[in-house]
Write a protein that binds this ligand. Structure first.
Ligand SMILES: Cc1cc2nc3c(=O)[nH]c(=O)nc-3n(C[C@H](O)[C@H](O)[C@H](O)COP(=O)(O)OP(=O)(O)OC[C@H]3O[C@@H](n4cnc5c(N)ncnc54)[C@H](O)[C@@H]3O)c2cc1C
Length: 399
């Protein structure tokens, strides 16, 4: 029980590879993209994810490339502050260990911990997957057939490993009724360093975040009613132009920037809900297994936690990989399901569908200015209730 193929070099994949390597396994990481993806969107990072980052030895780098957001500011049509809050409270609740960084930077830092010690294959993917009592056999698109002891899907919301081993995405996808889009530009003005600006109309919001090196990131979240997801970048841009055409604030200039963007992140806001995260020699981690969606604000941390716990359980169980898969799921399922429920509740708050809902949301956010109330309202969501297990990762090397 030594060789493990991990599909996907996002957040969960490299984390799993790192900890499996520490336990004496031979991980192989396969990524469909020709190189690690850059840009994308920013994520908030704290709690147990931060703890694992510490154990992986990347915390000082995370803080170096990350941002300390000072304020979340909701603006009106004319750019005036309608509501908002200082983030001191989040930082305080997280014990000072709270940072905002590009998802791609976190992915890169995790990957760099692994790349020189494990086999890494870019620009390739699994196209078929079979297993028997002795091994899992995969057919790779460009590199022929290979055999491994275990195959782990860390290939995100649209996981191929999940499709091949468990069935089509629609069997497991819960559409939360929104689309999310993000893109990055250079030289946009105005800039507001370390402030997250948000503007909303019923059923749609747009966020602006200032990055280093004269870059700016825009994030859109808007409600859809069963509209099919456009597939080409031109169709996606057309949908954004239509949805935001009547919006005030800086929307006309943001849409003008969109016209020039060559890369656009565009996806449905969905969750993945499965009754089992493993089957035989195959298991899923991160978004592939249980995507909580951006509305949980903690998907990356959960991706890292699931990778760490799976590696620990495999190290502990030796050849009894089925026992390890079972323990991994038992430990994490209640925590993950709690986060999924929280995200569903939050869905209405980020882009309320009615004007009344917008006012209500702003009122609630204004109440955040009262620390006691804010602690009551968000403390429960911020503080992780899961105890991170301790594993002796050298254990497996003695089996
Ligand atoms: C707009 C937005 C904001 C978010 N904000 C936050 C936040 O504030 N905090 C937070 O913690 N999380 C946040 N998240 C969630 C977080 O980004 C995800 O939960 C996290 O990236 C999941 O990691 P993963 O490794 O499971 O999947 P991913 O990061 O999606 O990585 C999957 C990898 O697999 C690769 N891949 C796909 N298919 C194949 C294939 N067939 N073969 C090989 N490789 C393949 C992909 O190219 C990718 O590299 C946000 C998400 C979005 C969309």
């Amino acid at each position: 029980m030594k060789t493990v193929l991990i599909s996907g070099a996002g957040i969960a994949g490299p984390t799993l590879g790192f900890w499996l390597k520490a336990a004496g396994f031979e991980p192989t990481l396969i990524e469909r993209a020709p190189a690690l993806r850059s840009g994308g969107y920013v994520i908030d990072f704290w709690g147990l994810g931060y703890d694992i980052a510490e154990r992986t030895g990347i915390v000082s780098e995370i803080n170096r490339v990350g941002y300390k957001v000072r304020e979340v500011r909701i603006v009106n049509d004319r750019g005036r502050r309608a509501a908002g809050f200082r983030t001191t409270l989040f930082t305080e609740l997280a014990g000072g260990r709270y940072v905002t960084l590009l998802r791609s930077e976190l992915s890169r830092l995790l990957f760099e911990k692994l790349e020189s010690t494990a086999e890494v294959i870019f620009d390739d993917e699994i196209v078929s997957l079979e297993e028997d009592a002795s091994a899992a056999r995969v057919q790779l698109k460009h590199s022929g057939e290979r055999q491994f002891d275990l195959v782990i899907g860390a290939d995100g919301l649209h996981s191929t490993v999940r499709k091949l081993a468990f069935g089509p995405t629609q069997h497991f996808e819960k559409d939360l009724g929104y689309i999310v889009a993000a893109f990055e530009v250079r030289s946009y003005r105005p800039r507001d360093e370390d402030v997250y600006l948000m503007y909303g109309q019923p059923g749609r919001m747009v966020g602006r975040f200032t990055l280093r090196d004269d870059r700016t990131l825009f994030l859109f979240v808007f409600a859809v009613d069963g509209d099919p997801l456009p597939s080409t970048i031109d169709q996606q841009k057309a949908m954004l132009l239509e949805k935001y055409a009547a919006c005030g604030w800086e929307c006309p200039s943001i849409l003008a920037e969109l016209d020039r963007a060559t890369e656009l992140y565009f996806d449905r806001v969905s969750q993945i809900r499965m009754s089992n995260w493993s089957k035989g020699r195959i298991a899923l981690i991160g978004d592939a297994a249980f995507c909580v969606s951006l509305l949980a604000g903690q998907g990356s941390a959960l991706a890292m936690i699931s990778a760490y716990v799976l590696a620990g359980e495999l190290a502990r169980a030796g050849a009894r990989y089925q026992q390890a898969f079972e323990n991994y799921e038992t430990r994490l399922r209640p925590f993950v399901e709690m986060k999924q429920r929280g995200a569903e509740r939050f869905a209405g708050a980020l882009a309320p569908k009615t004007r009344w809902g917008l006012c209500f949301r702003n009122q609630v956010i204004r109440a955040f200015a009262v620390p006691r109330l804010a602690k009551l309202a968000i403390g429960r969501e911020i503080i992780d209730t899961l105890q991170l297990p301790e594993y002796d990762f050298r254990l497996f090397q003695h089996h």
